[in-house]
Each structure stands twice: as structure tokens, then as C-alpha cells.
Design a protein around this ligand. Sequence first.
Ligand code: ARG
Length: 563
Amino acid sequence: MRFQEELAERIAAATQLSAEKIAAFLEIPPDKKLGDFAFPCFSLGKNPHEAAEQLKEKVQLPPFIAKAAVIGPYLNFFFSLPHLAEATLTEVYQQVDFYGKQDLGKGKKIVLEFSSPNIAKPFGIGHLRSTVIGNCLYKVFSFLGYALISVNHLGDWGTQFGKLLVAYKKWGNKAALEREPVQHLLEIYVRFHKEAEQHPELEDEAREAFKKLEEGDKASLELWELFRELSLEEFRRFYRILDVEFDTYHGEAFYNPLLDETVKKMQHKDLATISEGALIVDLQKWNMPPLMLRKSDGTSIYHTRDLAAAFYRLRHYKPIKVIYVVGSEQKLHFQQLFKVLELAGVKKDLFTHVDFGLFRFPEGKMSTRKGNVIFLEEVLDKAVALARKVIEEKNPALQQKEEVAKQVGVGAILFADLSADRVRDVEFSWEKMLSFEGETGPYVQYTHARACSILRKAQKEHNLGVSPLVNFATFNLEEERAVLALLAGFPDVLQKVAETYKPHHLAQHLIALSQAFNEFYHKCPVISEQMHTMKGRLLLVQSVRQVLKNGLQLLGMKAPEEM
Ligand code: ARG
């Protein structure tokens, strides 16, 4: 049982409140001097300070709590170090790669949509963020026992394909398309917009072409299929580098056959009205612009396909939750979508938009239309090259340098993304991101490698492996306590990530653990003459190594053993 839960039960036994309520009230004080748990006593009576005093007398402390102290309106609890050490280190030792795993989500399905790049356009930085955040949520929710369905909602339909068909007919080149599909399609797309400034009739041609495509014109469909396949091939290359997989690539086009019934459903529920020839759902009452179902020329739009996708997902997967990992700039789109679903009778809260801010590179913001795009491949290559350079400086004798450079370079980008609260914009700095110090991926990976190296040294020089049979009473230092509390808190942090859909809680926890471990390592010699102490500390080092590894993996990163 988790410490927090057991403590909550003890408090519950001494009060009128339920253990669940108490567990929700229990706080973790930011300053460890104030204890490891704090229970606010406001709901126990008019005078919370007095209530805290009374509770202190009444509550039966669990064995892992050494003492309780009243601080203002709070009753604070302090871990007993040997008990905390025994419970935590034994658990990590036994559960190995599964430490932190839970079955909270047993039997519950979640549809998690992320990445969702647009066919025939470069994989943007926003798509990278969506991929990285979504992949982490996928791993964390799975680890907590939920059954996940990962969906890549490819942008493979829409008026832009009308433009592309026209542009390809005029300036396309098959060989160039096959060599560098996204690059070539981008070029002709940019050219289309440039020429359309002088020849606005091109826009009409494009509208006509899209209409034909939607009506199922064979030649148009074949070309579209080719664009889709070739682009997807390119995207899959990134997914391999990032080690991300999807259960389905059902993109926007997949929902085309369902559009009519979706529109009919809206009409049936009396939600659709005609406005200037277009079919819309009016949302004025909720202070939002209308959601468009059909344009005046009868074609569908992004919204229509999203509505159809939502109904399909509910029907097909029967999930307890559908999550969209998409940038904040689409907030309104999802508010409209969710409102219409609610009006159509779908249970509120079934849908969640997990939004995120911009990720700014020193190279500047990008815009597909003008063509000044940062290609993701360049970004990844640059990160790996920089990591290679750092490794070359720090550890020229390292084996498998190339593999490690890849893990560190790609990891640095992932961590820079995941360590900040997702709703905030991230200012990206190459130097900061790849530094082995500060709140970076390489710092956490390096701490993991350092723990590995201590364990190797103990094995080599003292022929000492890690055993869980140690004297836990040897743990008595503040630095050990700090590390132990963070190890013990790891499973709770995963729950927090799931509750908030915010991976930075996990990333920050790994930073805190790395810092605590490095402080411990500086102040407390691990390899020493004191056999009992050494064995205990080796077990601690092993647990840190394990938890960092589990945490990095949940973030989607690798944990090299040497770097
Ligand atoms: N393809 C879209 C874009 O790049 C993102 C799709 C988001 N998901 C959705 N269900 N609308 O902007």
C-alpha cells in the first residue's frame, strides 16, 4: 500500500472523514524540514490549530512515520528513516522495471490522439511537441493500467488538397516527388500561393479540384493516395527516431464515409441551421462562432470530420476518455466541438483537449505557407551532432559513442519539451538544452550513468553486488532521507501526471531526484570501509538508477549506462 493511503486510513480512523477525502487533503510540504506529509485540519472544526493538537493525540501513527508535529493549522508527519528505507528500497528492488506500475485503469479504455501531422506538409515543431507529450502520456497511462488506443489523426483531407492537385498538374515532377516528397509538395504549394496572388482564378480551380476529389474522382484520388503514402513514409522515419508507434493512422479522410450520417444526426437533433447557404450549428448562446458542417458548395471541413471522428471513436472503442494532444491555437476549435457533442447528448468530460504552447527555436517561428520552415530532421541532426561533440570532449573513450550521442541528443530535445508546464511557451536554447548541468535531459541521463558507474566499481573493486538484505538502521543522514522520499514519491508523481495530463511533473521529479542523489553522492561516500553502510548505500544507488531509468523510459527517453 502507498504511504499516503495508509496514513490517510490512520487519520480517517481518528476522525469522521473518509480515507479518500483525507488522501485528497494530504499535502507534501515543499520544504522537507516541515515534514513529509501535511494534513490541513480546516475541515475538523472551527479552530484548526486546536483540531490539529487533538488529532495528534488521537491518531495511531503507522510504523513508517516517526513523529507528528502541529504547525499552525496543520498536522505534519515525518518519515521514520529506517522504515522508509526498508519499504521503499525493497519495493524498488523487487519490482525492478515495474516499480511505479499500478492498476488504476484496469478495464478502462482511453483513446489518445497525438502527433497528427498534415500530409504533404513538413512535420512541424508543433507536431513534434504533440508527439512527445502524447507519447509520454501514452506510456504513463499504460503504466497505470489503462488500455490505450493511440490515434494519429493525419491531416490528409481538406481544401489544401485541391490546391496541391492543381499545383501538381501545373508544376509537379514525379521523380522529385519520389525523391523528396514533402519537400517537393511544399515547393509547389508555396508556388501555388505566390502565383495565386497574381492569378486569383487559381483559387477557384483549386476549390473545383477539391470538390471533384470529395465526389470520388478516380484520377484525383490516385494522386492523393500517392501524396499520402509518400508523406507518411517520411513521417514514419521520425517516429522510428523518436521510437513512437501508433495503433491507427486513421486520418481525416477515413471519416469521409461517415460525414453524411453525422450531418444527418445533427439535423435530427435539431441542431443544424442554414446560414448564408452553409449548414452550421449555431453556438451564439455560448459566445462562440458557429461550427460549420457543410460549406455552401457542399464540401466538408475540418470540423465536420472531427465531429464524425468523435462519434466513431465513442462507438468503436467505447472509451472512458478521448484525449486530443493539440496546440493551444486550436482551443476554440475544440471548445466548439465539445459543446456540439454535449448538445448532441454526449456525456460532458468524456473529451479533453490537452493543449500546449509554442516551442520557439532561435531560428525563428515557422510558417508553411511562406516556406521558411525548419525541417525536423535538421533539428534532430543538429541535436545529435552537438551531443556527439559534448561526448567527445567529456568521454572520448566511450564505446558506442554514436548510439549514445543519438540517445542524448534526441533525449535533450524531448526533455526540454517535457520539463516545462506544457501550456507555457518554451524558449529553446541549444546550449542550455544539451548542458550536463541544470534542468536538462543529459543531466538526468548523466546521473543515471553515474549511478551505474558506482555499481560497476563496487562490483569490480569489492566484488560486491547489490543485495536487498541490508541493515536499514544505517540510514540516518538528511541527504539519504531526501533521496528516499523522492524514490517513495515516484508512483504518486505518475498519478499526478495522469490527473493533470502534464508530463513536467515527472520530468521535474527526475530532476529533483538527480539533484538529491548528487548531493548525497558528494557528502556520503558509497564505497567505504563500513561494510553495513556501504551495502545500504549501494542498494540506495541501485534504486536511484532504477527509478531514473523507469522515469526516463516513461518520458520516451533512453537511459544509457555510460556516457
Ligand atoms: N492536423 C492538424 C494540424 O496539424 C492537427 C489535428 C488535430 N486533431 C484533431 N482531431 N483535430 O493542425
